[in-house]
Design a protein around this ligand. Sequence first.
Ligand code: FAD
Ligand code: MG
Ligand code: MG
Length: 324
Amino acid sequence: FSSCRVIEPVGKTEFVLGTVCTISVYDNTKKASQAIDEVFAALKELEKKLSANDESSMISRINKYAYSRDVSADEETAFILKKAMEYAEKSGGAFDPAIGAIVKLWNIGTEDARVPSENEIEKLLLSADYQNINIRETSIRLLNPDTRIDLGAIAKGYASDIARDILKKNGITRAIIDLGGNIYAMGKRPTGEEWRIGIQDPRGDKGIYIGIVHVSDMAVVTSGDYERFFTVNGKRYHHIIDPTSGYPAENGLLSVSVISKSGIDADALSTTLFVLGADKGKDFIKKYAKDAEAVFITTDRRIITTDGLKDILDITTTNYQLGK
Ligand code: FAD
Ligand code: MG
Ligand code: MG
């Protein structure tokens, strides 16, 4: 019989993009650790460009000056923003990169998180509309003085595509890229089987899954109410905002996971679907994202999936019902 050898991955974890990022390479290549360093250097460059919390980032510069004059962005920032605008248009503003001022108001995920007054929300709600963002080529103009761009719902997905490209360029074919739960599963496991990615139970301890997806060369990205939230008087306030109300989206969902070839699309899509809810979300996929698959987990404890997912998702939980 054949000898069985377990390949230990070459891996590295760092805190970047506001989250814990781990790159694990399963190829037996000497270039692995050098390639991983190259990935982290690129992620740090991206963070410098895209962080809404860093005064000197490109995004902050746009947010500060683009109401008074055209600000010219670099190609990469413009590309991500255009993608975000596409999702905003297609979703009728459910996904909205102009949500920044409202996100800052809530400060969810920081020690300063609080429930704003209705008055505060009302004052900024008109600013949180993608139609206040004007982008031509790489030139950006904001049409409302309070509008602030926030790419937090799409940047990690883009970053995972960049990470994949860097690994590929270095001859690596098997890797798991995990950017704070934004996962890209590259190639296959050393055994030749597909990668198995767990879908977190949104009400279970970390690492308790509702099921496992079997994928190869796919992004698996989740948006949920359980990673960044705070609770006041028993009510949970999470970080995905419904731009029509300025409050955390409440459409009967605990989480949505999206499986797609493209990391940037998976990230934008998971946030879009979370705001739209399961019914409108399924329609959105049929209309705009035929290649993507999704699993919705609802507040009434159902698991709803797109048709194509049934072949690649093994449901292991008994805490939820398979629903329509
Ligand atoms: P997703 O569902 O993918 O996105 C949710 C995030 O998108 C929200 O946090 C908000 O920022 C934004 N958003 C909310 N509602 C909408 C909507 N309707 N449409 C579009 N976007 C919406 N976190 C920190 O705590 N400190 C940091 O310094 C920090 N720096 C970061 C720098 C960069 C470059 C990036 C990409 C992220 C950073 N983060 C930081 C994390 C960030 O604030 C978000 O929490 C994170 O990106 C959310 O990702 P997600 O996958 O959990 O959720
Ligand atoms: Mg997202
Ligand atoms: Mg995400």
